[in-house]
Ligand binder design. Structure first.
Ligand SMILES: Nc1ncnc2c1ncn2[C@@H]1O[C@H](COP(=O)(O)OP(=O)(O)OP(=O)(O)O)[C@@H](O)[C@H]1O
Ligand SMILES: [Mg+2]
Length: 491
């Protein structure tokens, strides 16, 4: 049975709570002041606290602050008749679960209570991830135990020991720059400079001067001589990022410096000799650019001496758990307590396609930490499109309330949904989707439904399409578009 503690000095409010929450699944306790409420926490051990803000004695914010010291996990909902944005912000900053305006709408209140209790249950079940990484894994900062990543580590080791040019390719966010830095750190040139330059971020006419420098008066605006990256990096390592976006003239100059270590500054005729190790990266298929004659073939081969192809995250799902552990620890900082993971959260993360790879995972966790209302990250803290693999309860946290006020809000097994529930379910999805302004709710829901249909039919696409009311061809296209796991769609 769930225990709800109400802190409010108005007898009327206490009375209406008793009526609203008269349910065998819920036990209501009341306190008439903040002080009394804080004292009651130890004795009652509530699952949820709802407190008024304006009260005689300590106010609701101070009550919340004291409750937080006693129990950082306990969800607290604050309510007040005088809503100002400032109190709302202050309340959330202090870690309130939510904020409610009086007079409250009863169905809304019940829904919020059901949601908070559900979150409290999940939070209690949440576990800290077992530490899986060794100290040196953290230092290197390139995380992965999958076979694909083991291969990458070996290559890093081999290349680091040489001065060979390396070309790192792979989708965006797969860790190309990270690997370039690892090669540098482990190499002979670790004591010498490492400079990075993003070739795509610099206007074409400026890139050459950025790389090779220019002489005074080389072009309009060249008021003084300038030393380029190759010269600054003498003896060290230069990381040429997004190498696919370079003009033919610059490509020619790069090829020459790779072959002979020489170049001239823009507008100059003095030959400069440098000793620079080059590591290049691109997320574009360079072979295709070569075929289209946009990228010099000889330069391609010169860069491609050692090729490191970064695997996309969806091809090494076993690393996701490790990366989650790594990022949560890193975000917590040294000595800080990392966030724990609620039931279903890891499964949802492991089931997602990650088109933005590790960067997307990192950003998702960062955002989830902001949205999470307790010390655990729950599936409801993730973008909707990721929650498809998680239990339906996490997706629609307010199912009972959707069915109308007469159904008890703490009902354990809601009756099965009928067609009449569809508008209510849709409304619940929209409420949920509002936590992410960038979320496109329709494709996200489509993906969830497709996965559910495939699970329901054990991956039989013909049956799943029928269930969804679409053709098999459409289903196929969607499976591809959403990157739904192959093992779900068996035929
Ligand atoms: N294996 C990994 N372990 C830990 N962190 C990683 C790993 N791979 C990537 N990251 C992190 O993900 C983010 C993106 O990595 P990085 O910038 O190296 O990707 P990239 O391949 O260069 O992407 P882009 O093509 O978009 O430039 C960084 O914050 C990086 O620290
Ligand atoms: Mg990069």
């Amino acid at each position: 049975m769930d225990k709800l503690l109400l802190i409010d000095d108005e007898a009327d409010v206490q009375y209406s709570f008793r009526r609203i929450f008269a349910s065998p699944d819920l036990q209501l306790f009341t306190a008439s002041s903040g002080e009394e409420g804080v004292r009651a926490i130890e004795r009652v051990k509530p699952d949820l606290v709802i407190s008024d803000i304006r009260m005689a004695g300590i106010n609701g914010l101070e009550t919340l602050r004291r409750i937080r010291q006693l129990d950082p996990r306990l969800p607290v909902i604050l309510m007040t008749a005088y809503g100002t944005t400032q109190t709302a912000i202050e309340a959330m900053k202090l870690g309130a679960y939510d904020y409610l305006l009086k007079p409250f709408d009863v169905p809304k209140l019940k829904e919020l209570v059901a949601k908070a209790l559900q979150a409290a249950r999940e939070s209690r079940q949440a576990t800290a991830l077992q530490p899986m990484l060794e100290a040196e894994d953290y230092e290197l900062g390139v995380i992965g135990r999958s076979e694909a990543m083991q291969g990458i580590f070996k290559l890093i080791g081999q290349v680091a020991a040489t001065d060979a040019t390396a070309l790192i390719t792979g989708e965006s966010g797969t860790g190309k720059e990270l690997v370039a830095r690892a090669i540098y750190q482990y190499g002979r040139r670790a004591e010498r400079p490492f400079l990075a330059i993003n070739c795509a971020a610099i206007a074409e006419n400026l890139l050459e001067s950025e790389l090779f420098g220019h002489e005074k008066g080389a072009f309009t605006g060249a008021a003084a001589q300038r030393i380029g990256k190759f010269e600054q990096c003498h003896g060290g390592t230069l990381f040429l990022d997004e190498i696919g976006d370079m003009s033919p003239a610059t490509q020619t100059k790069i090829l020459r410096v790779l072959q002979s270590g020489t170049f001239e500054r823009v507008g100059g005729n003095q030959t400069v000799t440098v000793d620079v190790r080059v590591i290049a990266a691109t997320n574009k298929p360079l072979e295709e650019a070569v075929a289209r004659k946009e990228f010099r073939e000889d330069l391609f081969y010169r860069l491609n001496v050692v090729r490191i192809q970064m695997p996309p995250l969806r091809q090494r799902r076993e690393d996701i758990r490790l990366l989650v552990d790594y990022f949560l620890r890193r975000f917590a900082g040294p000595g800080g307590k990392p966030r724990s993971i609620g039931p279903g959260t890891l499964e949802a993360l492991e089931g997602y396609a990650w088109p933005g790879n590790v960067r997307e995972l990192e950003n998702t966790l960062r955002r989830a930490m902001v949205v999470a209302k307790g010390p655990a990250i729950l599936p409801s803290d993730l973008p909707l499109e990721m929650v498809s693999g998680a239990p339906a309860a996490a997706l629609v946290p307010s199912m009972p309330a959707v069915r109308g006020p007469e159904a008890g809000s703490a009902e354990s097994t809601p009756p099965p949904a009928t067609a009449q529930d569809v508008p209510g379910l849709a409304a619940a999805l929209f409420r949920f989707a509002r936590t992410d302004s960038k979320l496109k709710v329709l494709p996200a829901v489509e993906r969830v439904l497709i996965i559910e249909a495939l699970k329901e039919t054990s991956g039989n696409q013909v049956q799943a399409a029928k269930l969804l009311g679409i053709t098999r061809a459409t289903l196929r296209k969607r499976i591809e578009k959403f990157g739904i796991r192959q093992e779900l769609a068996v035929n």
